[in-house]
Design a protein around this ligand. Structure first.
Ligand SMILES: [Zn+2]
Ligand SMILES: [Zn+2]
Length: 144
């Protein structure tokens, strides 16, 4: 299938179903950003394991990590449930390191660069119509 890369304005799409390649949900309802469940992954840096929580709004580069991260550190990201690596073959065009990916329903994925301070990430959508319909369904509801 053809991959479609979409440029989306920051903060417009909330990821509410992100998974590891084995299907574990990475959504974490015990950690909230603006009332939305965080995306939580395990990370390893300099031999230490920790957890990183991402704001689920696509394009908002907000995260909390229980390891001290410095600009330029490159973390390894894992599923916190089954420990599978989240890294993929696609490399960050800016840092030349393998990116990591969070799987979306219908075959899409969000890829992000594991270098602290690098803002390169992208949303890759395989089944565009289904994915957009799902991603935007929340916004079409009338606002109270
Ligand atoms: Zn898993
Ligand atoms: Zn990068």
């Amino acid at each position: 299938m053809e991959e479609v890369k979409v440029k989306i304005p920051p903060g417009r799409i909330c990821i509410h179903d992100g998974r590891c390649p084995n299907g574990c949900s990475l959504m974490n309802r015990r950690k909230l950003f603006s009332g939305k469940a965080a995306i939580t992954a395990a990370v390893r840096l300099r031999g230490k394991m920790g957890l990183i929580h991402f704001n689920p709004l696509y394009g908002v580069f907000e995260y909390q990590c229980d390891l001290p991260l410095k600009k330029g550190d490159v973390v390894d990201a894992y599923c916190p449930h089954c420990n599978v690596s989240l890294s993929v073959e696609t490399q960050c065009g800016m840092c030349q390191v393998p990116m990591f990916a969070i799987q979306l329903p219908n075959g899409g994925e969000v890829r992000a660069c594991p270098t602290v301070g690098c803002r390169n990430h992208e949303l890759t959508i395989v089944d565009l119509d289904a994915q957009i319909a799902q991603l935007y369904s929340e916004e079409r509801r009338p606002k109270m």
